[in-house]
Design a protein around this ligand. Structure first.
Ligand code: GLY
Ligand code: MN
Ligand code: MN
Length: 426
């Protein structure tokens, strides 16, 4: 649980970064159509949620700064019988005023009138530059005379980079639920099941443990499907003797987890699979060892590239001088992605990787990122020795940067061959 005081503190910080005579506006996101008149489950916009803690659609948060002071205003849905009959209960103006530590609350119908008032005499407007056009149109209608437009998302996403204790608690909870899902699947007999049946098991564990949603569509990739990085069809049979790459993580109270394990369908790795697996695992361990404050992500990527290139030579996929192979990016077809990404309210947290001057941001206490090396050897790739074709392996953990190193938040999800095989045997 994030306390209302924490949301207020975030708004204080945001206001302190705004220029002295300005207004900032944040919108909740819209429902998204799945087909015709059906919609996807609603998920609040992460920046709006970070600043307000409010989950309802059709809401707006405004900060109005004048000199050293600022005022916060929340616009909420009107409580209307018919609307509530169809769409569910709304918090309403009175309850919202009691719950949130904002200065004023109005119903949404009052927005345009109030917004016009707030804009008077202001010189800049902060809004999210990725806002959908329907909302930009509203802003244009009222704020076209304002000369200076600034991107509020940039400021908030910078703030989201370092997680608070309360946020870390929620991330840990998400990872714990995800742990259950992964360990369950390791124990399960998976032969001749369809990939989406395992996806159902994963989602059952998420929901059954209080996580309403996944943080992203689970990748349940049997055999060669693991070599499609964004494989989410999940509709093939799992074959005896194949591996299965499971990239699945739940979202708990808006916070993500993002874990990959690559496990055997029948519980036992073949010698070839073991060989590739341990090369990926060793790469991951080498990268983890280097993690501490002030280290840059690009250094971690370098360690991964070096280790994977060596691994590809050892497997006979690449030949030649390691330095040259790296310089010519020969590893890229087999390890095309980065070593990891920020994680928080979004699985790929939209926090910056570079500072205002274009310099790479170093790791610091409270940041959370994934570490996910992989080797992907497609079944049709003739440059891969035959015995390794069709093997795709990724191992992904979520780590928190601490005072002097890191904490692997997903360390309880076993990942050595021995531990995974033992779990199946039980
Ligand atoms: N699950 C998405 C990723 O690993 O980045
Ligand atoms: Mn990831
Ligand atoms: Mn992942």
């Amino acid at each position: 649980m994030i306390k209302e005081e924490e949301y207020k503190k975030r708004r204080d910080t945001l206001a302190s970064k705004m220029s002295k005579n300005s207004i900032a506006i944040l919108f909740s996101t819209n429902y998204k159509t799945r087909s015709n008149d059906t919609e996807y489950p609603y998920r609040q916009d992460s920046n709006f949620y970070y600043m307000s803690g409010f989950k309802e659609d059709n809401s707006i948060l405004i900060l109005i700064r004048k000199n050293r002071k600022y005022k916060s205003v929340l616009f909420v849905n009107k409580k209307e019988k018919i609307d509530e009959l169809w769409n569910g209960k709304r918090l309403g103006k009175e309850e919202a005023k009691k719950r949130f530590l904002v200065d004023e609350v109005y119903i949404k119908d009052e927005f345009e009138k109030k917004f016009k008032e707030y804009l008077e005499g202001k010189d800049s407007l902060y809004f999210d530059f990725k806002l959908d056009y329907s909302k930009v149109k509203i802003l244009k209608r009222y704020a076209k005379s304002l000369a200076i437009h600034k991107n509020i998302a940039k400021i908030i996403e910078q703030m989201r980079l370092v997680k608070s204790d309360a946020e870390i608690k929620l991330i840990k909870k998400a990872i714990n639920i995800t742990k259950e899902a992964h360990l369950n699947l390791m124990k399960l007999n998976k032969i001749n099941k369809k990939e989406y049946q395992l996806q159902a098991d994963i989602e059952y564990t998420f929901k059954n443990n209080g996580a309403y949603s996944d943080a992203y569509t689970s990748i349940v990739a049997g055999g060669n499907n693991a070599n499609t990085l964004h494989y989410i069809d999940n509709n093939q049979y799992l074959k005896e003797g194949d591996l299965i790459l499971l990239d699945a993580g739940c979202e708990y109270e808006y916070y993500a987890s993002d874990i990959t394990r690559t496990i055997p369908v029948n519980g036992k790795y073949t010698d070839e699979q073991k060989k590739v697996y341990n090369l990926v695992l060793n790469t991951q361990l080498k990268v983890l060892e280097a993690i501490k404050p002030n280290v840059k992500r690009s250094k971690l990527q370098k360690i991964a590239v070096n280790s994977i290139t060596e691994a590809l030579v050892e497997l006979g996929v690449l030949k030649g001088n390691i330095k040259k192979l790296i310089k010519n990016e020969k590893y890229k077809p087999y390890y095309p992605h980065g070593i990891g990404h920020w994680m928080g309210l979004d699985v790929h947290d939209s926090c910056p990787y570079k500072d205002k001057n274009g310099k790479e941001i170093s790791l610091a206490k409270g940041m959370v990122l994934t570490i996910e090396p992989g080797i992907y050897l497609d079944e049709e790739d003739k440059s891969v020795p035959k015995q390794y074709r069709g093997i795709g392996i990724r191992i992904e953990d979520d780590v928190l940067i601490t005072d002097d190193g890191y904490e692997n938040l997903s360390s309880e999800i076993v990942k050595t061959i021995e531990d995974i095989e033992n779990l199946k045997g039980k």
